[in-house]
Design a protein around this ligand. Structure first.
Ligand code: 13P
Ligand code: SF4
Length: 325
């Protein structure tokens, strides 16, 4: 059955000159049919340079938007249009809204006390002239209102590249605090967070280390700073994969979304990987299935396209980031 679906996907992919990009958190079977798997930075670079007519983005909405911003002449399909990133929606340019409203349409998530009806424009008014670094986990509109983008792979380089001693960083408070630890700049952080990573605690780390005393701990910078400070290594998702592959260590505790374990095990089959917590699952990343990929290619309906005025401004912020490293 699934081999029939795979055959149909491959057939349509060739017919439509489509390329499948998949994030490291995608379901194993989706990763296995992808042309390219990566972290946000790698996928952005790929989307900017790839030769095809159609990009099928197996990830969440902001990632498909970035692909469309960087490759406006290509059709960008998001197999599940409701696959969003709750953190990306925690900052708006000027719209004042409450969390319950913005979670409508997404997979049910715990509701947090956010936002305080504060917008990016309010922040810019409060700190006039201070440049804004936007994590790629933001909407195209927020990118368009920002000076430069960053990902978890390059946030420290991006912040340190800025020609200002003070910087606004949105939306992830944890990523921003991690950058602050590695920079002499003063970073004003937004109050956003990823609900998959932010609920990790020091106790989780202590328990995991007790269970796997020979393992080293690798964490994603979306985890709280107190967790990052206990980690042996902090990296983006692809940074984790590279680190584990190159390491002499045999056993690892992985503090990020569990989808990454598929690639870690595939890339380093002789090594042992344990999730820090087995409930580190992003429901939005898991929405995409082989069936939804096939349907997207059959119907060519789930197109993500950014308004041209916003696209040009957002592209400037993404291009500045891509020119750094
Ligand atoms: P990476 O850029 O490290 O892959 O992270 C993306 C993301 O959404 C993390 O939650
Ligand atoms: Fe967004 Fe967190 Fe899911 Fe990444 S893991 S897409 S930051 S909700």
């Amino acid at each position: 059955m699934s081999s029939d679906i795979i055959d149909s996907i491959l057939h349509l992919k060739a017919q439509r000159r489509a390329i499948l990009l998949a994030h490291n958190y995608q379901r194993p079977e989706v990763q296995d049919i992808a042309d390219f798997i990566g972290d946000s930075l790698e996928l952005s670079r790929k989307a900017a340079t790839i030769d095809c007519d159609v990009i099928v983005f197996c990830g969440v909405h902001f990632m498909a938007e970035s692909a469309s911003i960087l490759s406006p002449d290509k059709i960008v399909l998001l197999p599940e249009l409701n696959a969003g990133c709750p953190m990306a929606d925690m900052v708006t340019v000027s719209e004042r809204r409450r969390v319950k409203e913005h979670f409508k349409g997404y997979v049910e998530q715990p509701v947090y006390q956010f936002p305080h009806e504060f917008t990016l424009r309010d922040m810019k008014t409060k700190y006039p002239g201070v440049p804004v670094v936007a994590y790629v986990n933001t909407t195209a509109a927020v990118k368009a209102e920002s000076d430069i983008c960053c990902t978890s792979a390059n946030v420290i380089d991006v912040v340190n590249s800025m020609d200002s001693d003070i910087i606004i960083s949105v939306p992830d408070k944890n990523l921003s605090m991690w950058a602050q630890r590695h920079s002499n700049k003063r970073i004003i952080t937004w109050d956003g967070f990823c609900n998959v990573h932010d609920r990790i605690t020091k106790t989780d780390v202590v328990q995991a280390r007790a269970t796997y005393p020979n393992a080293i701990l690798i964490a994603h910078p979306e985890c709280p700073l107190e967790v990052l400070e206990l980690a042996d290594h902090v990296a983006s998702t692809s940074g984790m994969i590279r680190f584990c592959k190159a390491s002499d260590q045999r056993e690892f505790i992985i503090a990020t979304e569990t989808g990454i374990l598929h690639r870690l095990k595939k890339d380093s089959p002789e090594k042992l990987f344990h999730p820090l917590r087995s409930d580190m699952v992003c429901p939005n990343m898991k929405m995409t299935t082989l069936n939804s990929v096939l349907k997207a290619l059959q119907e060519m309906k789930n197109i993500v396209k950014v308004d041209e005025e916003i696209r040009i401004k957002a592209k400037t912020a993404l291009d500045r980031m891509l020119s750094i490293k």
